[in-house]
Design a protein around this ligand. Structure first.
Ligand code: ADP
Length: 241
């Protein structure tokens, strides 16, 4: 089965003054429709770079990336930004909600930016909030919401419309464990509707919500674990090289 996200032998090298930083080295990574993959690894190992490239925000130095079957390198800049707006949702630790817009307006914004009429976008935004149990918070501004509610609004915004791929960088970072689990449950629900998710987390407990956990170190994927099958299914480091 082909993936919603397919990265084939992807490397990313940053040039930092006279030094080269190999942020990703020959990474093969596929996320099938409806699956959640957690990505773990130490600071500086390449997790954010992986999300940046999967999200079509940057192109790799070498290798091939396909999102929803479309090879990113073959798309024009405009086509790439359209794909980013329509097919990919992003959730970051600091939520990135616009303070001057209500919850409903924040969720509707990506649809409006994509050319949908304000009225239609508002209806779709309200529906997404409803699905996440936030209908009664729709007309509040971000500073009138709790941290957990803000994060749920950010997830509603990331899945609104016809998104195929949800990319989350420490989406539970600032939340207590109950709210963190609520956020993982929402991402899992989105996956049950067919969205594919890549979730970067430091928290092994939260990673265990995923269908698959991938470990990255020095820009390489070093270990793949299927947490729901128990510890016997863990491949030893290097097995995937
Ligand atoms: P992580 O998210 O796991 O902490 P990153 O993907 O942010 O890791 O970084 C991987 C490596 O790439 C690090 O050594 C980092 O310093 C380097 N790096 C990331 N972005 C840039 C950039 N824009 N320019 C130069 N080096 C970068």
């Amino acid at each position: 089965m082909s993936g919603v996200l397919e990265m084939r032998v992807v490397s990313k090298t940053y040039v930092d003054g006279s030094a080269e930083v190999h942020a990703l080295r020959e990474v093969d990574f596929t996320v099938e429709p409806g699956k959640m993959v957690a990505v773990m690894g130490p600071s500086g190992s390449g997790k954010s770079t992986l999300l940046t490239i999967a999200g079509a925000l940057e192109l790799p130095t070498s290798g091939e990336v396909l999102v929803a079957g479309q090879p990113l390198a073959k798309l024009s800049r405009d086509e790439r930004s359209r794909l980013r707006r329509r097919a990919i949702g992003y959730v970051f630790q600091d939520f990135n909600l616009l303070p001057g817009l209500t919850a409903a307006e924040n969720v509707a914004l990506p649809l409006e930016l994509d050319g949908m009429s304000a009225g239609k976008a508002r209806v779709a935004g309200l529906r997404a909030l409803e699905e996440l149990g936030l209908a009664d918070r729709a007309s509040r501004f971000p500073d009138q919401l709790s941290g957990g509610e803000r994060q749920r609004v950010a997830i509603a915004r990331a899945v609104v419309g016809d998104r195929r791929l949800l990319l989350a960088d420490e989406p539970t970072g600032a939340l207590d464990s109950a709210n963190g689990e609520a956020v993982m449950r929402l991402i899992l629900n989105a996956c049950k509707q067919g969205v594919s998710a890549v979730v970067v987390t430091h928290d092994a407990q939260l990673a265990s919500w995923a269908d698959r956990v991938v470990f990255i170190r020095d820009g390489r994927i070093v270990d793949r674990t299927a947490p729901r099958l128990g510890p016997d299914s863990v491949l030893t480091e290097g097995a995937s090289r």
